[in-house]
Design a protein around this ligand. Structure first.
Ligand code: HEM
Length: 402
């Protein structure tokens, strides 16, 4: 993982498939194209930027509250994966593109409907034995084409609006990633194209949506079945939130360790990124095994996190193993074996944002509601749709004050 992008790359099919879909941004960029894009995106996802953006993050989290209050009052089932995807898209768009699509306030016709089709088709095409869609289009390929037209139209409109805002106030410095990319694009003799800007907007929308939303949704399987844990989450979240529905400021977030530990422990058992892929760019030798250039390699995250040499009682769901508060004897705990965000130069640049979103969303849910599953948990399936996602996460909510 450390020897990227010079000695290893992601599977070559990832870049070619994403290029064809107009989404060849930071995730799939390789070689010399990778570093400048990485630098640009890192800034907009850095901790100081997220801290400055906190009021907007809080406002987006507050939108979930009346939505869930209504569902609790009427006894309606909440499909958590949908609500959380709306949440993560609203957050990523406002932070990185300076536009809040307020999908949490809308009924239908939201961008998520199209992103939801793109992700599973990526997996299909990346793993296809040959690019059949160049010769014959199946109904799912036609559907993908329609979703891509919608998603690209959405992104191009957002780019035009950002350009208009910049024209109206040329003295302002870029205040978010999209403006920074457009400044680079429009500079004299720039070699950045509109297509590259659009590809990175789509990359962030895709990378920030399903991953974080499903990470929080997976936790609910464990939380719903454990009333003692719900009580602990209520007590610790209420202690930080006071009488507010949502964590009031960025500094207080640091005290919300239990909600993040619950998400991290869930990710150890049910990782949303279960597989990382690599391909050597030259012949390499690993543990006496020679791998020729271009060998397809898979790094299975769960093998290491379920190994008792790295984590004691590895099959047990135990969020406290991440808290290290000294209240119980130290057991085997090698956090280096947990590679949910990857590692090395290509480690996930959205991990700080994801951690903040997890703390905010789960603490808000647990401080205000108790939850129970609306279906038998055994009917919920794990599906590989580029990330490991849940087939559904329907829950009943009840308002709680104690
Ligand atoms: C729980 C949530 C998330 C998980 C588990 C996750 C996981 C990952 C993983 C495993 C990688 C590959 C790392 C590697 O190759 O070493 C990655 C890359 C990436 N992630 Fe995330 N991610 C999450 C959230 C986000 C968010 C919120 C964003 C942005 C809004 C984001 C943007 C990206 C980008 C742009 C890359 C490509 C980085 C590169 O190749 O240089 N991710 N993520």
């Amino acid at each position: 993982m450390r020897e990227r992008p010079h000695r290893y790359r992601r599977h070559a099919s990832i870049e070619s498939v994403l290029e064809e879909l107009g989404c060849n941004g930071l995730f799939s960029a390789e070689g010399a194209a990778w570093a400048p894009q990485r630098k640009l995106l890192m800034h907009s996802l850095s901790i100081p930027h997220i801290k400055a953006f906190y009021p907007s993050l809080k406002a987006t989290t507050e939108r979930l509250y009346p939505r869930w209050q209504r569902a609790a009052a009427h006894g309606n089932v909440v499909e958590m994966t949908d609500d959380l995807k709306r949440y993560t898209v609203d957050v990523t768009s406002a932070l990185a593109f300076g536009e809040d699509p307020r999908t949490l306030k809308k009924h239908r016709g939201v961008i998520q409907e199209h992103l939801a089709l793109i992700f599973p088709m990526l997996t299909n095409r990346i793993n296809a034995p040959f690019p059949y869609w160049r010769y014959v289009k199946l109904p799912r390929d036609c559907e993908l084409d329609r979703s891509l037209i919608e998603a690209h139209g959405y992104v191009r409109n957002m780019m035009s609006r950002a350009r208009e805002r910049m024209r109206d106030d040329p003295s302002e410095l870029p205040s978010h990633l999209l403006e920074a990319m457009l400044v680079m694009r429009d500079a004299p003799e720039s070699d950045v194209t509109d297509d590259q800007v659009a590809a990175n907007v789509l990359t962030l929308l895709l990378a920030g949506e399903d991953t974080t939303a499903n990470s929080v949704a997976w936790t609910l399987l464990n939380v719903a079945a454990d009333s003692a844990l719900q009580q602990r989450l209520f007590d610790s979240s209420r202690g930080v939130l006071g009488s507010a529905p949502v964590c009031p400021d960025f500094t207080s977030l640091k005290q919300l360790d239990l909600p993040e530990a619950v998400c991290t422990e869930t990710g150890r058992l049910c990782p949303v990124v279960a597989i990382n892929s690599f391909e050597p760019l030259e012949d390499v030798c690993l543990d006496d095994i020679t791998l020729p250039v271009g060998t397809k390699m898979f790094f299975l995250n769960r093998a290491a996190t379920l190994d008792a040499r790295n984590f004691s009682n590895p099959l047990q769901f135990d969020p406290d193993r991440w808290l290290h508060d000294g209240s119980r004897p130290r057991t085997t705990h090698d956090s280096r074996a947990y590679r949910q965000f990857g590692a090395g130069p290509r480690v996930c640049p959205g991990r700080h944002l994801a951690a903040v979103e997890m703390r905010l969303a789960l603490s808000m849910l647990m401080a205000n509601f108790s939850i129970r599953m609306a279906v038998n948990p055994s009917t919920i399936r794990e599906m590989n749709a580029f990330t490991m996602v849940l087939s559904a996460m329907p829950v009943h909510l009840s308002a709680r004050t104690t």
